[in-house]
Design a protein around this ligand. Structure first.
Ligand code: GUN
Ligand code: FE
Length: 426
């Protein structure tokens, strides 16, 4: 029988607050029935005899929560980086996403995505698929088998697409969405559907209305894009002359957070004071995607402001605006762009510290999934085991120094173990 209580012994690091990273050079993290009991320098007497995975010098940290990425775009990650958002969508992204009408292509591409995500530092993720129901369900089947916990969205888009990538009407989009929800809402242990209006320019008012109805009926969470690029924002302003800021284009339909509508908005690079205060009021999660914002020349989101003002914020890779699936790299990117913003844009917003960026990738994003993202008592046990022995160094280093080096220098070869909600992935 599978043991329900076990420990991992190694060097342990985890956040307890945005600016607080707790590190033990050598400790036991105990998991019981999928949840963390705590971190102990010695195994407490009442846990004598439980199975212990002793990982020696290796680091044990909470899993990474990727709040925003596009599975179909993994096929072109690391390519076509010389465009800004709207040209990139039309010239690169929409033609590639149109291929997912073909299930055999979808199977090939999504199998690679699922395998690579399973090997990565990510334990939980919020994922955009495409508008195609069959391919989205295939992606959900594949992701279920990885053991990672994910929300996956069939994308809604009934305007401003291309001949090959656009739904026929709001009615067809709604009907397909209902079919997809009915097929998937109860089907999986690890995967759940999330409503996914692509962004305001892609969705008519009629479609937004219908999605808001579905949101209430089925109680699903919502994910979309917000205030990513200046041309996009100007376009939304033209499309929605009745609104005074972009976020209102979602809020007017009831698709912008609130107690019964958990919502993630990706980017928030240019959010106005009014938009920021509405996000705070509604508890909207911000997915900060520094690598994508750099590649698409979008800008630099004021992550420090969001953190300091108590907004909910996590990190996203935004594959394939971002080129790397690695959430460890996203931590380094968040720190780097915050330094450029501080130096070049606004010296009142200090750069993010390692502690803060690590917090965003673990506890910040983890809060979208419940009690997730740290080794404090009763949090779901999501863990990574990291081996830094290939990153040779002439001196002994502390656990915190080793964690920082892994964030900047590691690749998937360093990830030697992974657990999600107490289940061993490898
Ligand atoms: N806005 C609308 N669609 C997309 C997308 O696929 N990627 C990014 N980064 N922004 C978007
Ligand atoms: Fe995106």
């Amino acid at each position: 029988m599978k043991p329900t209580t076990f420990a991992i012994r190694g060097a342990v690091c985890f956040s307890t607050a945005p600016e607080k990273l707790t590190c033990f050079e050598n400790a036991f993290v105990i998991c019981q029935n999928g949840r963390t009991v705590g971190v102990f320098p010695q195994l407490p007497a009442q846990f004598d005899g439980i199975p212990v995975r002793d990982v020696g010098e290796q680091l044990v940290i909470p899993g990474m929560n990727d709040l925003h990425l596009h599975a179909p775009q993994y096929a072109f990650h690391g390519m076509y980086m010389d465009l800004e958002l709207l040209e990139w969508l039309n010239q690169v992204t929409f033609p590639e996403e149109a291929r997912y009408r073909d299930l055999s292509y979808a199977r090939k591409a999504y199998s690679i995505f699922a395998e690579d995500l399973q090997k990565s530092a990510t334990t939980r993720a919020c994922i955009f698929a495409t508008l195609h129901v069959e391919a989205t369900e295939l992606l959900m089947d594949l992701m279920e088998n990885t053991g990672l916990r994910t929300y996956i969205g069939k994308v809604n888009m009934d305007r401003n697409g291309t001949a090959e990538l656009q739904e026929e009407s709001a009615a067809v989009s709604t009907k397909d969405t209902i079919r997809w929800i009915n097929d998937t809402a109860e089907k999986y242990e690890n995967v759940k559907p999330i409503l996914t209006p692509r962004f305001t320019p892609s969705c008519t008012d009629a479609l937004m209305h219908a999605l808001a109805e579905l949101q209430k009926t089925y109680g699903l969470p919502v994910q979309s894009h917000l205030s990513e690029n200046q041309s996009e924002i100007a376009w939304v302003h033209e499309l929605c002359p009745n609104t005074s800021f972009y976020g209102e284009a979602y809020d007017q339909f009831g698709l912008f957070g609130g107690i019964n509508c958990p919502t993630i908005m990706a980017h928030c690079v240019y959010s106005s004071d009014a938009e920021i205060s509405l996000m705070k009021k509604r508890g909207v999660f911000i997915a900060h995607c520094p690598q994508s914002n750099t590649n698409l020349s979008s800008g630099i989101a004021p992550a420090r402001r969001y953190l300091d003002e108590g907004l909910r914020i996590g990190l996203g890779t935004d594959i394939a605006g971002g080129h790397s699936l690695s959430m460890l790299r996203a931590i380094a990117d968040a720190i780097q762009v915050s330094k450029l913003r501080w130096r070049l844009v606004d010296d009142s917003l200090k750069p993010l510290s390692l502690e803060e960026a690590f917090y965003m990738a673990t506890m910040g994003g983890g809060a979208f999934f419940g009690n997730v993202g740290t080794f404090m008592e009763n949090y779901e046990f999501d863990a990574l085991i990291l081996d830094d022995s290939i990153l040779r160094h002439p001196q002994p280093l502390t656990a915190r120094e080793r964690l920082e080096r892994l964030i900047y220098l590691s690749d998937d070869r360093c990830i030697t173990g992974k657990y999600v909600s107490g289940n061993k992935i490898f």
